[in-house]
Design a protein around this ligand. Structure first.
Ligand SMILES: Nc1nc2c(ncn2[C@@H]2O[C@H](COP(=O)(O)OP(=O)(O)OP(=O)(O)O)[C@@H](O)[C@H]2O)c(=O)[nH]1
Ligand SMILES: [Mg+2]
Length: 305
């Protein structure tokens, strides 16, 4: 077993409404990162996270559980302590405790259910604790789940911080992959979270253009020099885009939205890479100090997936 120093450990909290799909996403992440060889189901009562007798009986999380994942980042292995919290408000104390030790948050939103009270609560807590976060939209396997409608609702509720970094690819109404908006590349799932590169479908291009423009504007806002270059029509390099977006996620001015399906384990490591590249430590009881690894270690998911 690897021994990890403090700088290689990331505490990431999973937040969201009851039944949104946190435990299932955690189970899928455990599978795709090799912690387990089989994927448990909440309904079968055999997930790593909901192991308590009451949780098995009731089929929802009651206490926060920790799922340690090992992940090979660009700068070597890191350990991600995934904290799966309960969504039901009766157990909100568990959520607050988990947030108080977290470096970053993943807010899980069920695409079909949309924004729920628990989503709003999760967002408020992240604001309160100043946590960098991303939104993971799950249930994309549901044929009636509209990602576009959800994005509109998220923007309306949480403002322009909301930045879809992926656009879904559907074939015969089935979710089969996504477009990486930062790299402008198509990805088609092959097995679980694995994927191969594919053409960007024509029908996605209109939405993709809108989303991409918004991201580039965010990059331009990073500095006056960038702003001038943007207005003079100059293109940014891939490295510049990734670095600028990373800075915006860290300072909370951008919240990436990624997608997948928990039950089909189409979660890929993208769920944890961007925000888990950030580590922080407490200097005293009231202040947090953020420390960042080199830029190359950040945003690998966005730049390499
Ligand atoms: N079709 C589909 N079902 C899902 C997906 N993710 C979760 N589910 C189902 O939704 C139900 C709730 O999922 P959980 O993972 O327990 O949700 P949770 O957010 O952990 O819920 P709490 O522990 O109550 O906060 C389960 O029956 C899952 O099988 C998904 O991506 N697609
Ligand atoms: Mg749960």
């Amino acid at each position: 077993m690897n021994v990890y120093g403090t700088k290689q450990i990331r505490n990431v909290v999973l937040l969201g409404h009851g039944g949104a799909g946190k435990t299932t996403a955690a189970e899928a992440l455990a599978l795709v990162t090799g912690v387990t060889k089989r994927m448990g189901k909440v309904t079968d009562g055999n997930t790593i996270s909901d192991y308590d007798k009451e949780e098995i009986k009731r089929q929802f999380s009651i206490s926060t559980s920790l799922i340690p994942l090992e992940y090979n980042g660009e700068d070597g292995p890191i350990k991600i302590n995934l904290l799966d919290t309960p969504g039901y408000f009766d157990f909100v104390g568990e959520v607050e405790e988990a947030i108080s030790v977290a470096d970053a948050a993943i807010i899980v939103v069920n695409c079909k259910a949309g924004i729920e009270v628990g989503t709003e609560k999760a967002w408020e807590l992240c604001e309160q604790y100043g946590l960098p976060r991303l939104i993971f939209v799950t249930n994309m396997d549901d044929d009636h789940a509209s990602f576009r409608e959800l994005i509109i609702k998220l923007e309306k509720r949480f403002g322009r911080k909301i930045a879809p970094f992926q656009v879904p690819i559907r074939e015969n109404e089935k979710f089969v992959g996504f477009v990486n908006v930062v790299k402008m590349k198509g990805r088609r799932f092959t097995n679980l979270s694995d994927y191969e590169e594919c053409e960007i479908p024509e029908y996605t291009k209109k939405n993709l253009g809108i989303v991409r423009d918004a991201l580039i504007e965010a990059v331009a806002e990073t500095s006056e020099e960038y702003m001038e270059r943007y207005f003079s029509g100059e293109e940014f390099t891939q490295q510049e885009i990734s670095t600028a977006l990373r800075e915006h996620v860290i300072d909370g001015s951008i919240v990436p939205v990624l997608m997948g399906s928990g039950v089909n384990a189409q979660v890929s490591a993208i769920c944890c890479r961007p925000l888990t590249s950030i580590s922080r430590h407490r200097t005293n009881t009231s202040a947090w100090v953020w420390t960042f690894p080199p830029a190359s270690a950040l945003w690998p998911s966005i730049t390499t997936t």
